[in-house]
Design a protein around this ligand. Structure first.
Ligand code: ADP
Length: 486
């Protein structure tokens, strides 16, 4: 099968979060199953063409935005056999620092930037057809790709292909004023609740969903949750009507990069049956954060964007009482200033128990996963989440809220049978988190032999992309079959 994708991020070229990781992993896994994938994404200024061997020479292309021709280039880079990336160069739109915005907030022309990307996607589809290899399916990711299925449904590629659309985070909907429709070449016909209109605005995400034959999201839990008013962000009713077209497919992780048996970024390597390296990683982490190097103290950690989504409103009230106990806490993250300052203050007042690094640092993220005993992820909502899977792989026990992908991945420990791979709580409140953390600490302190056996067992779970990629292939086939029956 030939799959055409559009996305705003793709690791390792450009990444701000989970979306970039998915585009880094899924196309390769599809290629390994024998499929061909073409990804269309912006050629951001931050992408180092030299480092990745991206050709500096591109093919000219143009699109019609705001009543004018906008010219750009398509630079085709073969990432690996079966995975081709079409980088869309356009100096005015993508030749600046930042992917979605800068320190002043989101860019004011994101509507035009991603409408341009969508229109160039059509050109890529046409080019593939001219080369005798037309795409069988279009797969859009998040609102940045939302206009592609709309344009395809209008027949603007010159031929028809069905679309599937993936929601990575329903909070981001690409909403703009009604006046954007003519700018991106769409008539007022689309300003309708069954099409792009959403609460008096135009939503690119809704367009992508409305004109795709199948919809997916990144975990089974999140697929259920976005049908509710609590999580649906205004799209619950719309999605409920499409519930038979909606599936949840959990993200995989990059098991080559995140492998404690081979990871060059951590202090020592370890694997089931040879776990001494993890103790060494704990010492190294304690040193890195200026904490007393002690093996017997439970070390709790977080690696996260510091936003409301990630449960900081539960962690911050709990920390002062937690830090009265004999524990160590390490936090790596960046984000909202109020959270950064509160965490730094706690580290300042508890120098022997807490260490904080305000940074986005991938190397340190690996070291934290390897060195910690317990990983905290008490998210308010979590479409999939990757860190709980990294934690399990690094034999670090996750404590999570039972929501979205965290609920899919983490099974609460049953003390009688020993089944389970972490600790979960249901309600988004401090008591819930306290209860789950207490259970983890109690087990760690009272039954270390069990803890050590248990962590060796949970680290052997398979989170590779292979299984998820096979589910995407089923989804593509389903979309193709269903679009034939209409
Ligand atoms: P989200 O996409 O909502 O941020 P995910 O758990 O799906 O959450 O993915 C976050 C990714 O970003 C993970 O790979 C995580 O390790 C990484 N990450 C988040 N914050 C940091 C940080 N401060 N330093 C390094 N990596 C980080």
């Amino acid at each position: 099968m030939r799959v055409l994708m559009t996305a705003a991020e793709m690791a390792p070229l450009a990444k701000t979060g989970g979306l970039g990781d998915v585009l880094g992993g899924l196309p390769s896994a599809l290629a390994a199953l024998g499929h061909e994938v073409t990804v269309v994404m912006p050629f951001y200024r931050s992408i180092n063409a030299h480092r990745w061997g991206i050709p500096l020479q591109g093919d000219w292309t143009d699109a019609w935005i705001g009543g004018a021709h906008v010219f750009g280039g398509i630079h085709t880079w073969e990432k690996e056999p079966g995975v081709e990336v079409c980088l869309v160069a356009q100096d005015e739109f993508f030749g600046r620092d930042g992917i979605y915005g800068d320190s002043h907030g989101p860019f004011g022309d994101n509507d035009r930037r991603f409408a341009f990307l969508a229109q160039v996607t059509l050109e890529v589809a046409r080019r593939m057809a001219r080369q005798g290899r037309p795409p069988d399916i279009f797969h859009g990711h998040d609102w940045h790709a939302g206009l592609v299925p709309v344009y395809l449904a209008e027949g603007r590629a010159g031929f028809s292909i069905p679309s599937v659309f993936s929601i990575h985070n329903i909070q981001y909907q690409g909403r703009f004023g009604r006046e954007i429709l003519p700018v991106v070449g769409l008539s007022d016909h689309y300003y309708h609740p069954d099409r792009l209109e959403l609460w008096g605005t135009v939503s690119f995400l809704k367009g992508g969903l409305a004109y795709s034959r199948m919809i997916s999201t990144v975990s089974k839990g999140y697929a259920r949750e976005i049908l509710t008013y609590e999580f649906g962000e205004g799209l619950a009713d719309f999605l409920w009507a499409r519930r038979h077209d909606l599936v949840g497919i959990r993200n995989g992780i990059d098991v080559m990069t995140w492998n404690p048996a081979t990871d060059p970024l951590i202090a020592a390597r370890y694997r089931p049956g040879a776990m001494q390296g993890k103790d060494y990683c704990k010492f190294a982490l304690q040193q890195e954060f200026d904490l007393p190097p002690r093996q017997d103290v439970p070390l709790l950690a977080m690696v996260t964007r510091l936003t409301e989504q990630k449960g900081l409103d539960l962690v911050l009230p709990l920390l002062p009482e937690l830090l009265k106990q004999d524990v160590q806490v390490v936090v790596l993250g960046t984000g909202e200033t109020r959270y950064e300052q509160a965490l730094e203050q706690l580290a300042w007042t508890h120098p022997t128990r807490m260490g904080v690094r305000i940074a986005f640092n991938e190397t340190l993220a690996h070291r934290v996963e390897a060195g910690a005993d317990i990983f905290l992820m008490p998210s308010r909502f979590e479409p999939c989440g990757l860190n709980q899977m990294y934690s399990l792989r690094y034999a670090t026990i996750p404590v999570v809220r039972a929501v979205g992908g965290l609920d899919d991945v983490v099974q609460d420990l049953d003390p009688d049978t020993g089944d389970g791979n972490g600790f979960k709580f249901l309600h988004y409140d401090v008591q819930g988190l306290r209860w789950a953390v207490d259970r983890a600490l109690t087990l760690y302190r009272r039954n270390r032999p069990f803890w050590y056996r248990w962590r060796e067992q949970v680290m052997q779970e398979d989170f590779s992309w292979e299984r998820s990629a096979a589910e995407y292939v089923d989804l593509y086939q389903e979309a193709i079959a269903r679009s034939r029956t209409i």
